[in-house]
Design a protein around this ligand. Structure first.
Ligand SMILES: [Fe+2]
Length: 224
């Protein structure tokens, strides 16, 4: 796999419960606690994320700082794409853990996707997704949804599509825990000989009691 530094370019985007995908807002002044190092080793990135969770409790502020750190890290860590597993034609997806320790407040995974569709879901954690690879790597069409009901009726949820976005290698998106999305992994823009869609994922601590898969046709939800 060719190392191609897409993270020198690309967009930082954010999505909250309202389902609007927008350019990521400015990180809070707390970002100053995290000097941007050269080289930015993986273990230092992990330490920064650990300190970030400890010192910043607001999820939106967290993802805005985490996105800056993630772009800085991925710009230097060109080896990351090499760690992506190869999905087989039946499974369509293959994931690999890059970091996870029992009791620690986040995990990091890389995932490779062949073209396919996900259910509509939330993550119930703060999350960052970076799109890896070169210009031949696949992209991801994201739809973002907004919940319309008050959440009081068990098993019931009315959601409405609020925005959509195609994410390409070099882009980074942050989700607050209540953001709802569905994805279709798609080939690269050139279409021919596309590689899988490669993602670098940071997931904060998950509140499994609040993680759902939504059915927008039948206005239902179930645990995900
Ligand atoms: Fe997701």
């Amino acid at each position: 796999m060719v190392n191609y530094n897409t993270f020198l370019h690309g967009y930082n985007l954010e999505v909250k419960a309202d389902g609007k995908c927008s350019p990521m807002g400015s990180p809070p002044a707390t970002l100053g606690q995290f000097p941007l190092r050269h080289p930015y080793r993986f273990y230092r990135f992990l330490c920064d994320l650990d300190d970030l969770v400890e010192s910043v409790s607001d999820d939106l502020e967290r993802i805005r700082i985490a996105a800056v750190l993630t772009r800085h890290f991925l710009t230097q860590a060109t080896w990351i794409t090499e760690t992506c597993p190869v999905p087989d034609q039946d499974q369509r997806v293959a994931g690999k853990s890059l970091y996870g320790e029992p009791g620690y407040p986040f995990i990091i995974q890389v995932v490779a996707w062949l073209p396919q569709r996900s259910p509509v879901h939330n993550h119930a954690n703060w999350s960052i997704v970076g799109y890896l690879g070169d210009e031949m790597a696949g992209c991801e069409h994201n739809s973002f949804w907004c919940r319309q009901d008050d959440g009081l009726k068990k098993g019931h949820a009315i959601i409405k599509k609020a925005s959509q976005q195609i994410l390409k290698p070099g882009d980074i998106i942050g989700f607050t825990p209540d953001a709802i999305h569905s994805i279709v992994s798609i080939p690269c823009e050139k279409g021919i000989d596309s590689k899988p869609t490669y993602t670098f994922n940071i997931f904060g601590e998950t509140d499994f009691s609040q993680r759902y898969e939504f059915d927008p046709l039948n206005n239902t939800l179930k645990k995900f």
